[in-house]
Design a protein around this ligand. Structure first.
Ligand code: 5CA
Ligand code: ZN
Length: 410
């Protein structure tokens, strides 16, 4: 399906540093080692409600990953999915009496508009699960043929015993895995499974639910195999970064990796597993199911500058769980105002050191708080100095670096 329009990313003088990111599997910050083309898969939305600031924070983190790679001279191949058929979407459609496909279509369009407004770089391939059903089905058939899947009633399961590396992506112990599996869409207590942690690859047709008639039978794919196959068929194994929010560490990313490893007989699925922290409101994770949301579209409709929303999200480190509070937006608006005023001066302190500083901060696991603080110091110096002194090229150069590396248009 179509993604959304890309904004131009200016080229900056010199070369950026190699990007280092925290890898959940290694539990350490490690250098990403992209070849000429860096490869990225980020889990997309389940389109049953509008984009909230939690989603925006996560997609922004991976937007910066791409900016850093490009600045370091790489091409980027970026794939994102849309979970456009799944239980929460079907439940919501059933409750409101809307057709599930129109609900998905409307929310996907709203997401595109929100991402465009926030200047988030689009994926090169934006793939809906519905359009990928044939390739996903083919992979499940292969797992069955090779003894890496088993049938239970009309459903098909993945046995965790088929993936020797199971558990090494999340690093969680079995009790934690069992608890999270139950909380996040798994069915640890279903009788007949070989292991409580085995996950659903194929859900046989249920009355009233959409289904596809396939070689496996009538039904629809399970969640983890969707991302596994969509990523694998476009990026191959050992692509550079698998991304999403930290709520996807287990079971989603663990099982996606396990499926791909069983499908190919090779390891690893991704070079880095990178997870953004959860953005909360009133002490709880912001989530569609809880309904404690601040929506990007609502902020836009209220006339809030999307660049201020972007800055408010970048003010915290992507990996930290963080609370959205009422003060964040006014603080970001004030910062944006100061940066714009400094960038509009006829001359300002030179920016070469600033470019190096911002590059260094972002290369270190996307340390945006340090990068923003460095730009604050430059802006304060520029606004304090007499307007005619300094380098006439500096204001424009800083606007360009803020655009290129942070995606903020001044
Ligand atoms: N469709 C699946 C992934 S295949 C899914 O998780 N969809 S989602 O709509 O629920 O979430 C989309 C992305 O936003 C995921 O990466 C998820 O981890 C992230 N996300 C959801 N809630 C928050 C939050 N409160 N803070 C930060 N990121 C969040
Ligand atoms: Zn996913």
């Amino acid at each position: 399906m179509d993604a959304w329009p890309a904004c131009a990313v200016p080229d900056l003088p010199g070369r950026g540093e190699p990007l280092r990111l925290f890898d959940t599997a290694a539990q350490a910050v490690r250098a990403t080692a992209p070849g000429g083309t860096a490869t990225l898969y980020v889990c997309g939305i389940t389109p049953y409600d509008a984009t909230h600031l939690g989603h925006a924070g996560t997609y922004l983190a991976f937007d910066l990953v791409q900016r850093m790679w490009r600045d370091a001279g790489h091409e980027v191949h970026y794939v994102q999915n849309v979970t456009d058929v799944d239980d929460p979407l079907l439940d919501r459609a059933a409750r409101t009496g809307e057709n599930w496909m129109s609900l998905a279509e409307r929310e996907i369009q709203l997401f595109r508009d929100d991402m465009t407004a926030l200047r988030v770089l689009p994926p090169d391939e934006y793939v809906g699960v519905v359009e990928a059903v044939p390739e996903i089905t083919e992979s499940i058939e292969r797992l069955l043929e090779e003894g890496n899947a088993y049938r239970l009633d009309d459903d098909v399961y993945f046995p965790v015993s088929a993936a020797p590396g199971f558990g090494t992506e999340s690093n969680y112990d079995r009790d934690t895995m069992l608890a999270l599996f139950g909380e996040r869409g798994g069915d640890p207590d279903r009788p007949g499974k070989q292991d409580s942690l085995d996950s659903l690859l194929w859900r046989g047709r249920r009355p009233g639910e959409p289904y596809w008639d396939t070689g496996i039978g009538a039904g629809r794919p399970g969640w983890h195999i969707e991302c596994s196959v969509i990523a694998l068929n476009r990026l191959g194994m050992d692509f550079d970064v698998q991304g999403g929010g930290s709520d996807l560490i287990f079971p989603h990313h663990e099982h996606s990796a396990a499926h791909a490893e069983a499908l190919t007989g090779t390891t690893p699925f991704a070079g880095h597993y990178v997870h953004a922290g959860m953005i909360g409101l009133d002490g709880e994770k912001m989530s569609k199911s809880r309904g404690n949301l601040v929506l990007v579209s609502k902020l836009r409709a209220a006339g809030v500058d999307p660049m201020a929303v972007r800055l408010a999200l970048l003010d915290g480190h992507y990996r930290a769980d963080r609370e959205w509070t009422g003060g964040r937006l006014p603080a970001a608006e004030a910062r944006l105002h100061r940066w714009r005023a400094a960038a509009a001066l006829p001359a300002a302190p030179t920016s070469d050191k600033l470019l190096a500083e911002v590059r260094r901060s972002l290369a270190d696991d996307l340390d945006t708080p340090s990068a923003l603080a460095a730009i604050d110091r430059w802006a304060a110096g520029a606004l304090d100095a007499p307007a005619t002194e300094g380098d006439p090229a500096a204001p424009g150069a800083v606007a360009k670096l803020v655009d290129g590396l942070l995606g903020v248009a001044l």
